[in-house]
Design a protein around this ligand. Structure first.
Ligand code: PAF
Length: 288
């Protein structure tokens, strides 16, 4: 049975007691509308910790569009059932007033990692994410916190923020869960109509094709981008980029470890996905 905890003070009290009893705590921050990807995070957390806390909070400060915030699916009853099935002990589901009782004046920001990819098109988004995750980490003080690799830029920002601010937590990345046709599972998938759902698979297809091009020896980013361009016919492409996995800055040639990431729009729904590829050495062939 998962216990619903709406207040910070109550969560702190429950977790203090667990800590005093020597229990390890794993935190799974979410915005609800839970799906198989979240379930995977919870299962990994369940296997690695004595106490698992999931948080469900649609964080207003990370939405750059009011309509996106309003449309975000709210499914607390089903979410509680999924948490219970996944063995979550406590579900922290605060109100916006509980998390932001007064206008937020202190912010956490990692601008160096948010110039490209989603950061370029969503001003303020990662500042909102970094700030709310810092608040959640300070409230729950878990030994480990779990985030999906589907949100690769978010994961990189949170890792760096925790390291730079000396927050004593192990940030654990959990691999993306996919539908049978490759579509990365996301809360926003449920906003797609049937036709958009069909189109949605083009993003993962383009990512896998780009990865295969690299594994087959292609090193020119321009050529890889041209090779996958046809996947986006009839789809609004926000970006399809290849960046260094550490700095998240675009590369021209593939070397070491790279993140291939894309964002597309289907109607008013925005989907993101990524894959990581590592190559041992760099090809010496000139870029033509
Ligand atoms: O990935 C999400 O669901 C959110 O960005 C997070 C990490 C819960 C912060 O609100």
């Amino acid at each position: 049975m998962s216990e619903l905890v709406p207040e910070i003070a109550q969560l702190r009290q429950l977790l203090d007691a667990h800590r005093q009893a020597g229990k390890t705590i794993g935190l799974v921050p979410t915005m609800g509308a839970l799906h198989a990807g979240h379930r995977r995070l919870m299962e990994v957390a369940r296997a690695e910790n004595d106490v698992v806390v999931a948080t469900i909070f649609i964080n207003p400060t990370q939405f750059d569009r009011q309509d996106d915030l309003e449309r975000y699916p709210k499914t607390l009853e089903q979410d509680m059932a999924l948490c219970r099935d996944a063995g979550v002990d406590l579900v922290f589901a605060p109100s916006a007033a509980e998390m932001y009782p007064q206008p937020q004046l202190a912010w956490v920001d990692v601008p160096e990692l948010t110039k490209y990819l989603c950061g370029a098109g969503r001003p303020g988004h990662f500042r909102g994410v970094a700030t709310v995750v810092t608040k959640l980490l300070l409230i729950a003080q878990p030994g480990r916190a779990y985030f999906g690799e589907k949100d690769a830029q978010q994961l990189a920002v949170i890792r760096r923020m925790a390291r730079d601010l000396n927050i004593p937590v192990n940030i654990v990345g959990v691999p993306t869960v996919r539908e049978a046709d490759g579509l990365a599972i996301s809360s926003r998938n449920r906003l797609l109509n049937d036709y958009e759902r069909l189109q949605a698979r083009t993003l993962s297809q383009a990512l896998f094709t780009a990865r295969d091009e690299i594994l087959a020896g292609e090193r020119s980013v321009k050529k890889i981008q041209s090779a996958v361009a046809y996947f986006f016919d009839g789809v609004r492409l926000e970006y399809f980029s290849i960046v260094d996995t550490e700095t998240l800055t675009p590369v021209e040639r593939i070397e070491g470890s790279v993140l291939i990431a894309g964002a597309i729009w289907l109607g008013t729904t925005r989907l993101i996905d990524n894959v990581t590829v590592s190559v041992a050495g760099n090809s010496l062939e000139p870029d033509q």
